[in-house]
Design a binder for this molecule. Structure first.
Ligand code: ADP
Ligand code: ZN
Length: 191
C-alpha cells in the first residue's frame, strides 16, 4: 500500500541566545506561507521583551504570533485547516508541550519549535531536551562568542556586569540583567 501523503513531523531549532533561532524560525514560517500553507505561530505569554503579538529576532525580523499562557491553550486554538504550527521560546512551556507537539505531528501537522537548549548554567533547559529526543529534524545553531570569536553554544548571564551565580533563579524575564553569547571556554559561572 502506498502512502502518497503521510504528513506530520517535529522540527526543532535550538542553541544559545543570539544563535539565530528566531531568525531561522521566521525564515521557515515565511517559506511555508509562500507555499500557501496555513501557519499558526505561538509564543509563551511570559516573553514580552519585544512585541507581545510577534516573534521577533535580534536582527529585526518579525512574524505574527499568538501569546499563550499554557501549552494546552495551543491545542485549543488549532483549527483543522492549520498545516504548520510554529512555537518560539519553547523552553518556557511546561513538560506537557512535548505530548502536544507529538499529538499535532501525529495529526499530520508540521510542528516547528525554536528554543534554548541550555540555561545560563549550561544545563538542559525545560522541555527542550525532550523535544530534541522525539523530533524528526534537529538544527543546533551557534552564536559568536563575544569574548574570543569562536562558535558560541552557551548563554552568559550577567548581573550588574558580573557573571551570575549557579543558584540564581533561571527565569527572570524583564529583570535588569544582561545575556551574551559565549563559547564553553569563555562561559563563567559563580559557584
Ligand atoms: P536567537 O533567537 O537565537 O536569540 P535571533 O534570531 O533573535 O537569535 O538573533 C540572531 C541575530 O543576532 C544575528 O543574525 C545577529 O544579527 C545578531 N547577533 C547579535 N550578537 C550576536 C552574536 N554574539 N552572535 C551571533 N549573532 C549575534
Ligand atoms: Zn570564547
Amino acid at each position: 500500500r502506498l502512502y502518497i501523503k503521510r504528513q506530520g513531523w517535529i522540527e526543532i531549532v535550538c542553541g544559545g541566545m543570539f544563535s539565530g533561532k528566531s531568525e531561522e524560525l521566521i525564515r521557515r514560517i515565511r517559506r511555508a506561507k509562500i507555499a500557501k500553507l496555513h501557519v499558526m505561530a505561538f509564543k509563551p505569554a511570559i516573553d514580552d521583551r519585544y512585541h507581545s503579538e510577534a516573534i521577533a529576532s535580534h536582527n529585526g525580523l518579525i512574524a505574527d504570533a499568538q501569546p499563550v499562557k499554557s501549552a494546552s491553550e495551543i491545542m485549543s486554538l488549532i483549527t483543522p485547516e492549520v498545516d504548520v504550527v510554529a512555537i518560539d521560546e519553547v523552553q518556557f512551556f511546561e513538560p506537557e508541550i512535548v505530548e502536544i507537539c507529538q499529538d499535532l505531528a501525529d495529526q499530520g501537522k508540521r510542528v516547528i519549535c525554536a528554543g534554548l537548549d541550555q540555561d545560563f548554567r549550561g544545563k538542559p533547559f525545560g522541555p527542550t531536551p525532550f523535544l530534541l529526543a522525539v523530533a524528526e529534524y534537529v538544527t543546533k545553531l551557534q552564536a559568536i562568542c563575544v569574548i574570543c570569536g569562536a562558535p558560541a553554544s552557551r548563554t552568559q548571564r550577567l548581573i550588574n556586569g558580573r557573571p551570575a551565580a549557579v543558584n540564581d533563579p533561571v527565569i527572570q524575564v524583564g529583570a535588569s540583567e544582561q545575556y551574551e553569547a559565549r563559547c564553553r571556554h569563555c562561559h563563567e559561572l559563580v559557584v
